[in-house]
Ligand binder design. Structure first.
Ligand SMILES: *Cc1c(COP(=O)(O)O)cnc(C)c1O
Length: 228
C-alpha cells in the first residue's frame, strides 16, 4: 500500500515535472507539530529527514531523543519565535523560517554571536497583509531583508509565507517569489497540504506539509506534551 508520505512525494515529483523543475530541488518539510514521537518514527523510518515544528517548547520535548536515533535530521522552526526563546531555538533548529521583526532579528544576531552558532534564516512575509498574522508587510520586506542580511549579517537564505485561508493562494505565492527575486534570495518556503502543488508551480523550493503526511491533527488546544 502506498503511504501518505509516498503519495505526497509522488505528487511533488509529478508537479515538478510539469513545471519543468527538478523534484530533487524541492524540499519536503514534514510538519510534525502536535504529533508524538510514536507518530513521527514511521515517517523517519520511511526516509524522511526534514521536519517542521511551530513551537520551541514542543520541539525541545520531542526532537533531542529522535536526533539520537536518526542521523541527518534537519529541523525547521515554522512558528512564531519570542525573543526570550532565541537561545533555545538556535540550539534546537537547523533553519529558522519565521524571522519577522527587527527586535527578533537583532536578538538572533546577538545570541548567534554569543553562542558561536549561526542558523540559516528565512524572512516571513505577511503576504495577505492580515492583522492577525505574523510576518513583515510586503512593502517593508526589502528594507527588512537589507537590515537582516547586510547590517546584522544574518545568514538569510529565503522567504516564507502563509497566504490568507479561503483565497486563491497563487497571487500570494507569486508576490513572495517577486520579493525573493528582487532581493536575490533563492529559497521560497510556501505551500501546505491543500496547496503545495500550486506552490510548486509558482516556484516553491520547499513545501511545508503536515496533514497530508500525518493525517488530521486533534482539535485545537490538544497538543503533544512529553512524558515528564
Ligand atoms: C501547521 C503548519 C503547516 C502544515 O499545515 P497542513 O495544512 O497540515 O499541511 C505549514 N506551515 C505552517 C507555518 C504551519 O503552522
Amino acid at each position: 500500500m502506498t503511504s501518505k508520505l509516498e503519495t505526497v512525494l509522488l505528487n511533488i515529483h509529478n508537479v515538478a515535472e510539469a513545471a519543468q523543475h527538478a523534484a530533487k530541488e524541492i524540499t519536503l518539510v514534514a510538519v510534525s507539530k502536535t504529533k508524538s514521537p510514536d507518530a513521527i518514527t514511521p515517517i523517519l523510518d520511511q526516509g524522511q529527514r526534514v521536519f517542521g515544528e511551530n513551537k520551541v517548547q514542543e520541539a525541545a520535548e520531542k526532537w533531542p531523543a529522535l536526533r539520537e536515533k536518526y542521523n541527518d535530521i534537519e529541523l525547521h522552526l515554522i512558528g512564531p519565535l519570542q525573543s526570550n526563546k532565541v537561545r533555545q531555538a538556535i540550539h534546537l533548529f537547523d533553519v529558522i523560517e519565521t524571522v519577522d521583526r527587527a527586535k527578533l532579528a537583532r536578538a538572533i544576531a546577538r545570541i548567534s554571536a554569543e553562542e558561536n552558532k549561526s542558523v540559516p534564516c528565512y524572512i516571513q512575509i505577511n503576504v495577505g497583509r492580515e492583522n492577525q498574522k505574523a510576518g513583515i508587510d510586503p512593502d517593508e520586506a526589502d528594507d527588512f531583508i537589507t537590515l537582516c542580511r547586510d547590517e546584522l549579517k544574518l545568514p538569510v537564505q529565503g522567504v516564507m509565507c502563509i497566504p490568507p485561508a479561503e483565497e486563491d493562494p497563487k497571487p500570494y505565492f507569486i508576490l513572495l517569489k517577486q520579493i525573493a527575486a528582487r532581493n536575490g534570495l533563492k529559497k521560497l518556503s510556501m505551500g501546505m497540504s491543500n496547496d503545495y502543488q500550486d506552490a510548486i508551480l509558482c516556484g516553491a523550493t520547499s513545501v511545508r506539509v503536515g496533514t497530508a503526511i500525518f493525517g488530521a491533527r486533534s482539535q485545537a488546544g490538544v497538543i503533544y506534551h512529553g512524558h515528564s
